[in-house]
Design a protein around this ligand. Structure first.
Ligand code: SF4
Length: 311
């Protein structure tokens, strides 16, 4: 088959024939979101995968997300279109950074889910951008090590009032969210003065302060229903705009064009077709790290369960 003429429907048919469920992160290109059985944020997808009634998953996203799916679904076969789709932010945090911070502060370490398996295995707890504030609020300690995203760490500090120490510090950030400039947002706002600004907490503090809403991608999905506006400027990776347009067809969403994760965009229709037809690029995880990473994730689930009981 000529790979340039492959359509989303061809992939859907092939996945069905081979018994694959396709799950995609919110930041994937529109054509890949269209072929996915489920589109969501990384943890939503990993948890959702545990409920899927099939042993085969094609995942569209980057490496740490595929690893999380494998950790929570050890008996399922997980394949990806491109094994070089990795997360540069996750790679900024090393084992040495974590161990030396723990030595220096004797404080617990919370790993943002956007991190390597080794980072999670060394963590006391894992959190997502949706629950980072709740997780840290519920911890007994007033000083908490947090990494790798320094901007999310600063958001958690602002919301909890606790002493949040970013690890590895200034070098830990997502380039997509960290490099966006306040002037870019203001220029879009001038073109659409009645639009509300919704931003991901991985952006700089100055952009958060100018936003009407700050939340994770899963929280952004709900905000347009509650907000008193028909127009929104979406300050996160550009792929999220497609998801929001599909969810809220009557509303308008404006992207920040510079916010493109080139790693997420390594996945394509052609590579997805090849991965499924040849059943290749299977994801394997280091068994020595799985137990520790799983424990840190399960502690987060326990904490969130007790949080919802208390509420
Ligand atoms: S958007 Fe940022 S955090 Fe997400 S995969 Fe790309 S670099 Fe990593």
């Amino acid at each position: 088959m000529d790979r340039t003429s492959i359509t989303p429907d061809d992939i859907k048919r092939l996945a069905k024939d081979k018994g694959y469920v396709i799950i995609a992160h919110n930041y994937q290109i529109p054509d890949l979101q269209k072929i996915a059985d489920i589109v969501g944020d990384s943890l939503q997808l990993a948890v959702h995968a545990t409920k899927i009634n099939t042993g085969k998953i094609l995942f569209l996203g980057v490496d740490f997300m595929a690893e999380m799916i494998k950790v929570l679904n050890p008996h399922k076969k997980v394949i990806v279109p491109d094994t070089s789709a990795t997360c540069p932010m996750a790679a900024t945090l090393s084992r040495e950074d974590i161990l030396s911070a723990k030595d220096k502060y004797t404080a617990p370490f919370v790993a943002y889910v956007n991190s390597t398996l080794e980072t999670k295995a060394l963590a006391d707890l894992v959190c997502t951008s949706a629950n980072a504030v709740d997780v840290v609020s519920m911890m007994e300690e007033d000083t908490v090590l947090f990494g790798p995203d320094k901007n999310l760490a600063s958001f958690v500090r602002e919301k909890t009032g606790k002493n949040i120490i970013p690890v590895p510090g200034e070098h830990g950030f997502c380039y997509v969210h960290d490099r966006v400039l306040l002037d870019e947002i203001r220029t879009i706002k001038m073109k659409h003065p009645d639009a509300l600004i919704m931003a991901h907490p991985e952006v700089h503090e100055e952009i958060r302060r100018e936003s009407h809403f700050v939340g994770s991608t899963s929280q952004m999905e709900k905000y347009p229903e509650e907000a008193d506006s028909e127009k929104f400027i979406v300050v996160t990776e550009i792929g999220m705009v497609e998801k929001l347009r599909n969810l809220h067809p009557g509303k308008e969403f404006f992207a920040v064009d510079s916010m493109v994760c080139t790693d997420m965009k390594l996945n394509s229709i052609g590579k997805t077709f090849s991965a499924i037809s040849e059943e290749r690029n299977e994801v394997f995880v280091d068994e020595e790290l799985v137990g520790g990473a799983r424990r840190a994730v399960e502690r987060m689930f326990d904490l969130m369960r007790s949080f919802s009981v208390k509420k």
